[in-house]
Design a protein around this ligand. Structure first.
Ligand SMILES: Cc1cc2nc3c(=O)[nH]c(=O)nc-3n(C[C@H](O)[C@H](O)[C@H](O)COP(=O)(O)O)c2cc1C
Length: 183
């Protein structure tokens, strides 16, 4: 079973990023298991509290969860033309201790979304910048920028058909990438 971690960059209860993340999780085929990984409980990264004898339990649990996954899908909102502090914090927590990053080598994919027209382009590319450094081969095409996100859902809170089809083609490309990098 191939395990895919799904991370939303928003902590908001009614977050569109989280709703999209959970819907995309259902588009993976048999043989893939998706796991929505929470990041809201992670204390702000501070090397002083990340010592061998005294690692916060939340850091350890998060690192172990990501370690057990084969790939990571990020769904990010845009905060001031970048990613949220919560998502950056999660990247930082997973990247340490030095030399033991849990992200290293794991295939990744990015969806950005915004309630406006600009679709989180800034967040999408800031996230890509960190993933280059974290050595995560990332789906290049299709790029997924979802604009006007409240309009992507029907009255029952389900992602509409066109968006679902588009995201299915994206998931298929992600799977191709995962297979290419399977160790
Ligand atoms: C601190 C903050 C900064 C924001 N900055 C941007 C921005 O730069 N670009 C943008 O399109 N939307 C921006 N927004 C609006 C978000 O796109 C909107 O709140 C969106 O719903 C957040 O995603 P979520 O529904 O997953 O929480 C910002 C929202 C917040 C709270």
């Amino acid at each position: 079973m191939v395990k895919v971690a799904i991370i939303s960059g928003s902590l908001r209860k009614e977050s569109f990023s989280t709703k999209i993340a959970k819907s995309v999780g259902e588009l993976f085929p048999a043989g893939y298991e998706t796991q929505f990984v929470e990041i809201g409980n992670l204390p702000l990264y501070n090397e002083d509290i990340d010592t061998e004898s005294n690692v916060p339990a939340e850091y350890t649990a998060f690192r172990n969860t990501i370690k057990e996954c084969d790939a990571v899908l990020f769904v990010t909102p845009e905060y001031n033309r970048s990613i949220s502090g919560a998502l950056k914090n999660a990247l930082d927590v997973g990247s340490r201790p030095y030399g033991k990053s849990v992200w290293d080598g794991k295939p990744a994919a990015i969806i950005s979304q915004s309630i406006g027209n600009l679709s989180g382009f800034g967040a999408n590319h800031h996230l890509r910048q960190s993933l280059v450094f974290l050595n995560m081969p990332t789906v290049q095409q299709p790029e997924v920028y979802l604009a006007n996100s409240p309009e992507l859902f029907d009255e029952n809170g389900k992602l509409n058909e066109g968006t679902t089809e588009y995201l299915q083609s994206f998931v298929n490309m992600f799977i191709d990438l995962i297979i290419r990098y399977q160790r």
